[in-house]
Design a protein around this ligand. Structure first.
Ligand SMILES: NC(=O)c1ccc[n+]([C@@H]2O[C@H](COP(=O)([O-])OP(=O)(O)OC[C@H]3O[C@@H](n4cnc5c(N)ncnc54)[C@H](O)[C@@H]3O)[C@@H](O)[C@H]2O)c1
Ligand SMILES: [Zn+2]
Ligand SMILES: [Zn+2]
Length: 384
């Protein structure tokens, strides 16, 4: 397979490769040649095989996530290690890796207490520069480039820190494994870890795109009795049933009488928010769908400048409802990525059905148009 080829004859040399760069907000991704410095200490050069097109990169385009520009997008990638920098002892050329969109150092308080999704190194994500020295290894048009989530997977090659790499077995195709770098673990973990879905629960998932589809799969595997997928797009509602939803609704307003009827008025034990863009205005509606002692999990990203939410805090108190955030499915990428690969192997987790369309790197703007139009669950950029 071309992706497994190791090009180690030019060790230490600058690599010319292609990447999709965002130069300014509300502009298209620009696919162009970049120069990539060799990996420094603790870093690896990876030839990417594929990258999922998560909605979070769209927040860079709209400015909802105000990361520094120019930036190479993409944070849901998998590929083959080409070269390792000084001190990297556990990875070698030819190894297959999935990137965690948050690095895990293994040494900070969060990592050492089983919360790798909150690794202290995650604080560097917005800078998009290398963890070791804060410098950029990616350059174009004579400028330093940032890399989304310290990864930059909208590219044929990248240089990342070893803390972002999860070594995987070679049997799972990289164009499916890449989805484990963000969307699958985030959605699945939002249900299994953050919502703590229990056998027999009624679960509502608001937004049935790439993340929501996996929240549905997680809720199903955790034993939910009913899963109500809420999405305005009919295609998403149809696909949601394939992932394990038992009922669908086009809006939270439409779901209200449905959930009332299904639960005899006790409402949903868990409500998981996975809309394309979070909105503080709908949190009250989500709480209204939630049972006494139930939990609303906010996984979708809200615009950085949104500071208000509309909700009844009396409802929160009198019904002991909970409102919690969740990052990377509140999981541990180093154990959850291999674990979910195992579920895929055993036919318990659907990765193939998530991929609606594949594009070359040059098709990135077409792929994001499809996401905006609601015709993709996940678009995947496939290189080579
Ligand atoms: N917390 C995390 O760790 C994390 C990780 C990855 C992605 N995210 C965020 O999760 C969100 C979802 O990402 P995605 O890749 O699945 O996006 P997506 O575009 O694939 O899916 C979003 C879905 O929400 C639906 N939707 C839009 N408005 C809605 C509404 N009012 N009610 C119900 N459904 C609505 C859309 O039709 C679409 O199907 C994004 O905000 C993304 O940034 C968070
Ligand atoms: Zn993502
Ligand atoms: Zn850490």
């Amino acid at each position: 397979m071309a992706n497994s080829q190791i090009v180690s004859s030019n060790l230490g040399a600058t690599v010319k490769t292609k990447a999709a760069i965002l130069w300014e907000v509300n502009a298209p991704w620009s696919v162009e040649e970049i120069e990539l410095d060799p990996p420094g200490p603790g870093e690896v050069l990876v030839k990417l095989a594929a990258s999922g097109m998560c909605h979070s990169d769209e927040h860079l385009v709209t400015g909802d996530l105000p990361f520094g520009l120019p930036i190479i997008g993409g944070h849901e990638g998998a590929g083959v290690v080409q070269e390792v920098g000084a001190g990297v002892s556990w990875l070698a050329p030819g190894d297959h890796v999935v990137f965690g969109f948050i690095p895990s150092c293994g040494r900070c308080a969060s990592c050492s207490t089983g919360h790798q999704n909150l690794c202290d190194l995650g604080a560097l994500m917005g800078l998009g520069r290398q963890i070791t020295d804060g410098a950029s290894r990616h350059h174009a048009r004579g400028q330093d480039l940032g890399i989304m989530c310290i990864l930059g997977t909208f590219a044929h090659h990248t240089v990342v820190n070893e803390a972002s790499c999860i070594k995987i077995d070679k049997d799972v195709p990289l164009d499916r494994a890449c989805l484990l770098g963000c969307g699958v673990v985030t959605g699945w973990g939002s249900a299994v870890y953050a919502a703590e879905v229990k056998a027999g629960d009624t679960v509502a998932v608001v937004g049935a795109g790439g993340i929501g589809a996996n929240a549905i799969q997680g809720a199903r595997l955790a034993g939910a009795k009913r899963i109500i997928a809420i999405d305005p797009v009919e295609f998403k509602r149809e696909k949601a049933m394939e992932f394990g939803a038992t009922h669908t609704a086009a809006s939270m307003a439409e779901a209200m009488p449905l959930i009332q009827e299904l639960t005899w008025g006790t409402m949903a034990n868990k409500v998981i928010m996975t809309m394309g863009v979070g909105s503080g205005e709908v949190i009250g509606e989500a709480l209204a769908l939630t049972a006494k002692r139930g939990r609303v999990v906010v996984t979708n990203i809200h615009p950085a400048m949104e500071y208000s939410a509309s909700m009844s805090l009396l409802d929160l108190t009198l019904m002991e409802k909970q409102l919690v955030g969740s990052l990377f499915g509140s999981g541990n990428p180093r154990s959850d990525i291999p674990k979910l690969m195992g579920l895929y192997r055993d036919g318990l987790l659907d990765l193939d059905g998530l991929v609606t369309a594949e594009y070359p790197l040059e098709g990135i703007n077409e792929g994001y148009d499809a996401m905006r139009a609601g015709t993709n669950i996940r678009g995947v950029l496939k290189y080579d």
